[in-house]
Design a protein around this ligand. Structure first.
Ligand SMILES: *[C@@H]1O[C@H](CO)[C@@H](O)[C@H](O)[C@H]1NC(C)=O
Ligand SMILES: *[C@@H]1O[C@H](CO)[C@@H](O)[C@H](O)[C@H]1NC(C)=O
Ligand SMILES: *[C@@H]1O[C@H](CO)[C@@H](O)[C@H](O)[C@H]1NC(C)=O
Ligand SMILES: *[C@@H]1O[C@H](CO)[C@@H](O)[C@H](O)[C@H]1NC(C)=O
Ligand SMILES: *[C@@H]1O[C@H](CO)[C@@H](O)[C@H](O)[C@H]1NC(C)=O
Length: 502
């Protein structure tokens, strides 16, 4: 999606910059399906989708699926969209493709996601897209202001509630279309990809299968990867240009050196044309590191962002005196475009989406992303759970539960457990996506499979098709849909064998 960026930013509320030592440790790079860089609109979709076949609906959803206290009976309006144009109907038990929203508005998902639309005709499928609670127009408590206010209202924002929402809506849709046995395939990307996989595991009676695109569901405490997110950022930039990599690697010290001069911060503010005066070298370092991460995470054709950034950094300027920081600045401009000034907080604005996502990362989605020793393009600053928790406590008065995701979804020992227990899940990953380090990258069984591409970026398989998509991507998408077709065929056979009709 073109994404209201879900950055997990401590910075949003806690402004004490002394909190940070060198580079961000309390920040988890944002998830989300599409890049946001060039269209810095807070919560708005980049483009409103104008598809006459899509109909919007609101479902009267329970605030709390898991208790029966009086408050749990409060309801809210959850938004979803349906495209029934290609659906073959209940009499054929024709399939339903359901997109499970992540931390962004439905509008941005609708304008970014292609997988359903592209395959709807082929499968004669009903297409359903559901917005995640607390995002977009799906706000409990009547308004975003109320919903996002504090832990008392935010407490109902978590993955288990979101999955239960999806279950309720999907059953409602089946009833609405009078189809008891249409198989449902759930699809999601990034955090939404985790939701899709978890949904298949928790609600096998509702979803026949799941496509989990770029889902870093092994990036939690016990199962954190050996090489982290910034390892891939470093690797991809180094692979694109060794020179570019070396300049970035050297730039952090140079920034600190300039910052330490009298008026140093002023010099840096001018150098990087920042909209507000810098309060510390951290401001600019954090900004740059986010730019490199974003460039790598969404590095895809036709114009590869890493190539652009590195070309700008590498190129011999006409003025041969250009220094290291001029080059680094040129790299940022290559990604962000020519602007009158650069907002170093552009990724951290307290938009509704950012506030909601920050809550999620301060409660259960605690992904220990840091700058480790092998991430050599960056100064080493490992993830620090203690300071992470302190920051969250300061903001919400509640303590994150880093073990909850692994307790509830049980993703440690994924190979051991899913081999017997899981089925019909595709984990797709692009190995050039930094989040792939937390993905399932090996086949688990015949029906829990990993699909990888060497060059792929974050969620590239499920976004809208483009002219000029590389051959491997076209083939990858085809492979995915063929697997899904085989699940459906087996299911239809089972229906006939058991003599179950409509
Ligand atoms: C949240 O705000 C409401 C009303 O403004 C207040 O009654 C409640 O105690 C607050 N909860 C927390 C956890 O601060
Ligand atoms: C520096 O601090 C001031 C005051 O808190 C703030 O308005 C400004 O945005 C900060 N500058 C940056 C680059 O964050
Ligand atoms: C960027 O904008 C400035 C001021 O608007 C202009 O002078 C400059 O030529 C532009 N640079 C590029 C590369 O477009
Ligand atoms: C982690 O953060 C805590 C609290 O801010 C600090 O006391 C501790 O020294 C840090 N640990 C490391 C290894 O940096
Ligand atoms: C892989 O990505 C690079 C950019 O990083 C691009 O130049 C190249 O054409 C891509 N290769 C394939 C096979 O898509």
């Amino acid at each position: 999606m073109s994404l209201p960026f879900p950055i997990l930013l401590l910075l949003i509320f806690s402004t004490s910059s002394s909190f940070f030592i060198t580079l961000a440790h309390c920040k988890i790079p944002r998830l989300g399906i599409s890049p946001k860089m060039l269209t810095n609109e807070p919560d708005a979709p980049t483009q409103k989708l104008n598809d006459p076949n899509l109909k919007m609906f609101y479902f009267n959803q329970n605030l709390d699926h898991f208790t029966f206290t009086p408050k749990s009976y409060m309801t809210f309006q959850q938004r979803y969209a349906i495209d029934s144009k290609h659906w073959a109907g209940a009499k054929d038990n024709a399939p339903i493709l359901a997109f499970l929203g992540e931390e962004s508005s439905l509008d941005s998902d609708l304008s970014a996601i292609g997988f359903l639309r592209d395959n709807g005709p082929r499968l004669k499928a009903l297409l359903v897209y559901i917005e995640h609670r607390y995002y977009g127009k799906t706000m409990p408590f009547g308004s975003a202001e109320e919903a996002l206010k504090n832990a008392s209202t935010l407490g109902y924002l978590n993955a288990a509630q979101a999955l239960a929402d999806y279950a309720a809506i999907l059953l409602h849709v089946k009833e609405k279309y009078s189809t008891k046995h249409s198989p449902i395939i759930v699809i999601g990307g990034s955090y939404g990809g985790m939701l899709a996989a978890w949904f298949r595991l928790k609600y096998p009676h509702i979803a026949l299968g799941a496509l989990a695109s770029s889902a870093p569901l092994l990036y939690f405490e016990d199962s954190r990867p050996k090489f982290g997110y910034y390892y891939i950022v470093t690797k991809v930039i180094k692979g694109t240009s060794e020179r570019c990599y070396n300049m970035i690697r050297k730039s952090w010290k140079e920034i600190d050196r300039v910052a330490a001069k009298p008026n140093g911060l002023l010099i840096l503010s001018k150098q990087f044309k920042t909209c507000a005066p810098l309060n510390g070298s951290f401001d600019i370092k954090d900004f740059l590191s986010t730019i490199y991460a974003e460039a790598v995470q969404y590095n895809r054709g036709p114009s590869y962002s890493v190539t652009n950034v590195c070309n700008a950094i590498d190129n011999n300027p006409p003025n041969r005196k250009k220094g290291l920081l001029d080059r680094i600045f040129a790299g940022a401009v290559a990604l962000l475009g020519n602007q009158s000034c650069y907002d170093t907080n552009m990724f951290a604005h307290p938009t509704n989406n950012n506030k909601a996502w920050r809550w999620q990362t301060c409660s259960e989605i605690v992904m220990p992303v840091g700058y480790d020793k092998q991430d050599t393009m960056f100064p080493t600053t490992p993830f620090n759970m203690t300071s992470y928790i302190e920051g969250c406590k300061a903001d919400y008065g509640v303590t994150p539960r880093p073990h909850w995701i692994t307790t509830y979804f049980g993703i440690q020992d994924v190979k051991l457990i899913l081999r017997k227990f899981g089925s019909n899940i595709i984990f797709s990953n692009g190995l050039a996506d930094p989040y792939s380090v937390g993905g399932v990258l090996e086949d688990i069984s015949d029906s829990v499979v990993a699909i990888k591409s060497n060059n792929g970026s974050h969620c590239q398989d499920i976004v809208m098709k483009r002219k000029g998509d590389p051959e491997w991507l076209v083939m990858q998408r085809d492979k995915e849909i063929k697997i899904i077709e085989s699940w459906i065929a087996t299911y239809q056979k089972d229906l006939r064998a058991l003599n179950i009709s409509i």
